[in-house]
Every structure is written in C-alpha cells, then in structure tokens.
Design a binder for this molecule. Structure first.
Ligand code: ADP
Ligand code: MG
Length: 335
C-alpha cells in the first residue's frame, strides 16, 4: 500500500483498489493510561472539546513527524484497518516532503516499520503529486509543482523523473487559520478555535478581492467578558489578514522560478504551474500566482488526493518491476 502521511490528512492507497482511507492526521490519547482513544475523523471531532483526561494530538508538524510514538500508533491503526488479518506486513510506499533531513527521513521509515510495514520505500511528495496529476515527468521537460498542505508549501521543478530545484516553506493551510485566529483576537477581541478559523477560511477566505464582498459570522468567546460572542467578518478584512502567509507562499514560487535553469523555465512557461494540496483550493490562488509570475497556474483535478494517487501508481510500478524481475528469473530457470 502507499500512504500520504500529511500534517493535516493521511490517505492510504491500496493496490488494485485505489484510495481506501482519507482521514485527518489526528489521534485522541487518554492522558492517564496513554491508550489510543480514537484515530482520524473520530479524533478530529474531539479537538478543543476533550475532557481533561483525553488529548487530541496532531503528531505531524510542518510535514515532519513531531511525535514519533503517536505517529506510529496512527500508522499502525490505518495499516491494520486496510491490511486486516494478513500475516506479513505490507510493502509500503511512503510520501516524504522533499528537502527534509536524513534524521526526519529515518523517522518516517522507522515509524512505518514499527507500525507493521515489512518494507518501506520513500517517494518525494512533489514527484508523487506530479505523477498523480498525470504529468509525464520522466520526459526531459521541466514541470513545476506547488503543493500547499496543512503545515508546509513545497515548490519543486521536476524533469527526467527527479527534482531539479525545490523550496519548502513552513507555511500552509494551518498558518492561514492562525492568521485568522490572530485577527479575531486583535481586531475583535474574540477567542476562536482552529476549526472555527478553518471553517471561515473555507467560507469566505481569498487571496485577492472577491467580485462581491461577502460576510460571515464568527463565533467565539469575548476576551473581555469571557462570554460567547458573534461578530461579522467581511471577505475584504479576511483577505488582508491572510495576506502575510499567502505572500510567503507566492514568494516561495517566485524564488524557485528565479533559481530554475532557463531551459526548464521556458518549459514551465509553456506548460503552466500545477497546484496540489488542500491549501491550493483557497479562492483566487491560481489567479494570484498568474498575476505575480506571468505564468498560468492550474489546479490538479483532485488536489487533496493526487499525492496519494501518485504514490499508489509508483507502488503499482514497483510491483510490475518486481514481477518482471521474477518472471525473468523463472524464465532463466526453465531454460
Ligand atoms: P497535508 O498534505 O499537509 O495533510 P492537505 O493537502 O490535506 O494537507 O491540505 C490540508 C489543508 O488544506 C488544510 O489546512 C485545509 O484547511 C486546507 N483546505 C482544504 N480545503 C480547502 C479549501 N477549499 N480552501 C482553502 N483551504 C482548504
Ligand atoms: Mg500533502
């Protein structure tokens, strides 16, 4: 199987079946016994609502493992769910952000092995995203992929199946949520939780002015009185609040373009920039990138799943390679 272990969401792809699990990367732990109380969507609903003895943990931060034990527990739960009752652990293709350190890479491998995998292969996320979106990356042609996840944005130029230039910034969808939380606090004296911030982002968030100004209700706790309070938020003020993290993402794309060899840059101008990851769904990001780089940016057909689909395809290829190697051996033996 192949796993896209993301800061926000974990997706599992099974050979021959496609995506079989897509759940938030959250684990609810009983803080007294350390036992896992719930994983995925069920644990997600507990965020900010847990009694004192249960904590909901996101074990990844900015694309890398922040809590090894909890990551391992989460992986074990997902692997078991898909790989029930089979004796040998699965062969695993795991996605890893490009540009992580050797130590971070080893943590992903070790967490996978101790969670029950028999074998682990890593694939770089931008490469997986490109394969999942159907780009023919093995050609001697440059492609640019921008993957905006929960905790990171990765920009990569790929040619001949490998990454030529890349840049990773620790700014993703959660940083947009944080910007909203900060804005509510400083401008409206209102304390809100991350899920509320995320919901408002999906409702009226944007990277450039909307054709028609929109408003949404923001519910939280008044910082002064401590009582529940509702304020009205306009899309314009939200856009201004989101600007710093959006700026960081746009700048990462521009800087990567500046470092791209001219021949590949001209390929990218011709083909456009592929956007993947849930964060790329923020309203107006494609146009914003187009305005700032003069290059067309377009969304993957399925931004939230293309990394998992791409790593799944690489898993199928791995199997084909092995099968043909095995057939080769058999043929040799028969002769
Ligand atoms: P990761 O790979 O880090 O797990 P994902 O690619 O699953 O991240 O993307 C998760 C992020 O995408 C979250 O921050 C979420 O708020 C954001 N997101 C999902 N849908 C939208 C949307 N329609 N508009 C803006 N942001 C979105
Ligand atoms: Mg991702």
């Amino acid at each position: 199987m192949a796993i896209d272990l993301g800061t926000a969401n974990t997706l599992v792809y099974e050979r021959g079946r496609g995506i079989v699990i897509s759940e938030p990367s959250v684990v609810a732990i009983d803080s007294l016994s350390g036992a896992v109380h719930a994983v995925g969507s069920e644990a997600q609903r507990m965020i900010g609502r847990t009694p004192a003895t249960i904590t909901a943990i996101r074990p990844l931060r900015h694309g890398v493992i922040a809590d090894f034990e909890v990551t391992e527990q989460m992986l074990r739960y997902f692997i078991r769910k898909v790989h029930q009752s089979r004796l040998a652990g699965p062969r695993l293709v795991m996605c890893a952000p490009s540009g992580i350190t050797d130590v971070e890479e080893r943590a992903i491998e070790e967490a996978s092995l101790s969670a029950g995998a028999r074998e682990v292969h890593l694939i770089e996320e931008p490469v997986a995203a490109a394969i999942g979106a159907g780009l023919r990356i093995e050609e001697p042609v440059g492609h640019m992929v921008v993957d905006v996840g929960g905790g990171t944005s990765e920009v990569a130029v790929i040619a001949l199946g490998g990454i030529v230039v890349s840049e990773s910034v620790r700014t993703g969808g959660y940083d947009l949520d944080d910007a909203i939380i900060g804005h509510a606090r400083s401008e409206h004296r209102l304390a809100i939780g991350q899920p509320t911030a995320e919901a408002i982002k999906l409702e009226i968030g944007s990277t450039r002015p909307l054709r028609e100004q929109r408003t949404a209700e923001l519910r939280g706790r008044d910082l002064q009185s401590g009582l529940p309070k509702t304020v009205e938020l306009t899309s314009g003020e939200l856009q201004a609040a989101l600007e710093p993290p959006v700026r960081a993402i746009v700048d990462a794309v521009k800087e990567t373009l500046e470092r791209t060899p001219p021949q590949l840059a001209s390929d990218i101008v011709e083909r456009g920039i592929l956007l993947a990851g849930g964060g790329s769904l923020l309203r107006g990001l494609e146009q914003r990138l187009r305005d700032e780089t003069q290059i067309t940016a377009y969304l993957a057909d399925s931004p939230l799943t293309c990394v998992a689909v791409g790593s799944g395809r690489s898993l199928e290829e791995l199997a084909t390679l092995r099968r043909s190697a095995r057939d080769g051996r058999r043929r040799r033996r028969r002769r």
